[in-house]
Design a binder for this molecule. Structure first.
Ligand SMILES: CC(C)(COP(=O)(O)OP(=O)(O)OC[C@H]1O[C@@H](n2cnc3c(N)ncnc32)[C@H](O)[C@@H]1OP(=O)(O)O)[C@@H](O)C(=O)NCCC(=O)NCCS
Length: 279
């Protein structure tokens, strides 16, 4: 993704509706009920372990990118990593509404890319929580996914500083750190890229359900799970799901560094003879 170069023109910001029309036309062409191969496999496979409680966890399709993107945008509206890309010094003339629309677009593109290549699950009756997972061996770096998801548009929609932060600092840091921390298991682990619950739906167990939907599967297949946590307050929630902090990394182009906790969850075997802690 970082290799894409587009002529910079900060004035070209298509309307949100035009962006949506473009994504909708891709969805129509591909089939709105389309799922990625990985998602189709997961959706058809029974989860072998009963999940605690019924939180209506579902594998989403392309047709649902707007609702899913909106949930993530609302959940991450005040997240310091999200603000790092939209609230740059060279966008001080932008209104909060313009910044929100850019933030929403970013979430829609990223959600769409995961609907094309990964696994997007929601919990709750109305997209209350949405989790973007990248299954083992998958990524969204291919040109097909970058073009079809709209991600390439960030090359001109972000400000000059925003581009430096996103393409030259954030993405390489995440890629390099994941490769270094997971080593040979990088291609055989699940990656929780984003999880967010609408503010009005938080505290009802939806995130727990969306995480456990995949960690149960990872356990069954002996696979690790990986994530970057953007807020220290989330550490405990992840630790209670079996994740451990392996490293801390920092985004450094602001006056105050933005910290990300790198967490890994080892697979848990339920037969109890693995030597791995049984949760
Ligand atoms: C983090 C987040 C996804 C949790 O979603 P949620 O649906 O409210 O979480 P759940 O209801 O499943 O609760 C999970 C755990 O967090 C705890 N929790 C939830 N909301 C909490 C709150 N406001 N304060 C303290 N603990 C809270 C729950 O008690 C539960 O504890 P447990 O681990 O003992 O079971 C949600 O707060 C969110 O979207 N935050 C903003 C975006 C974000 O930070 N995402 C994660 C980026 S790494």
């Amino acid at each position: 993704m970082a290799g894409i170069t587009i002529n910079n023109n900060d004035n070209i910001i298509p309307s949100l509706e035009a962006e949506r029309a473009a994504l909708d036309s891709v969805a129509a062409e591909l089939g709105v009920h389309e799922r990625s191969a990985a998602a189709a496999k997961v959706a058809s496979a029974p989860i072998t372990t009963t999940l605690s409680g019924d939180h209506g966890v579902r594998v989403l399709t392309l047709a649902e990118y707007k609702q899913a993107g909106l949930t993530l945008a609302e959940a991450f509206k005040k997240d310091h990593t999200s603000l790092y890309f939209t609230h740059t010094p060279d966008r001080s003339d932008w209104s909060e509404q313009q910044k929100w629309e850019l933030h929403l677009k970013m979430m829609e593109y990223i959600t769409y890319a995961h609907l094309l290549k990964g696994l997007v699950v929601s919990a709750g009756p109305n997209y209350d929580c949405v989790a973007l997972w990248m299954p083992p061996g998958q990524n969204m770096d291919d040109i097909f996914t970058i073009l079809r998801s709209g991600l390439w548009r960030l090359s001109y929609q972000l400000s000059r500083e925003g581009r430096k932060r996103f393409f030259d600092e954030f993405l390489p840091l995440l890629n390099d750190t994941k490769a270094q921390v997971l080593g040979p298991r990088d291609a055989s682990s699940w990656y929780l890229v984003y999880i967010g619950t609408k503010p009005s739906s938080q505290g009802k167990g939806y995130a727990k359900a969306a995480i456990e939907y995949v960690t149960k599967m990872a356990d069954d297949n002996g696979q690790a799970c990986y994530l970057e946590s953007s807020h220290a307050s989330n550490r405990k929630m992840y630790e209670r799901r079996g994740f451990e902090v392996r490293k801390e990394v920092f985004l450094q182009r602001e006056t105050v560094n933005v910290q990300l906790d790198i967490m890994v969850r080892e697979p848990v075997r339920r037969d109890g003879d693995s030597g791995v802690e049984v949760l």
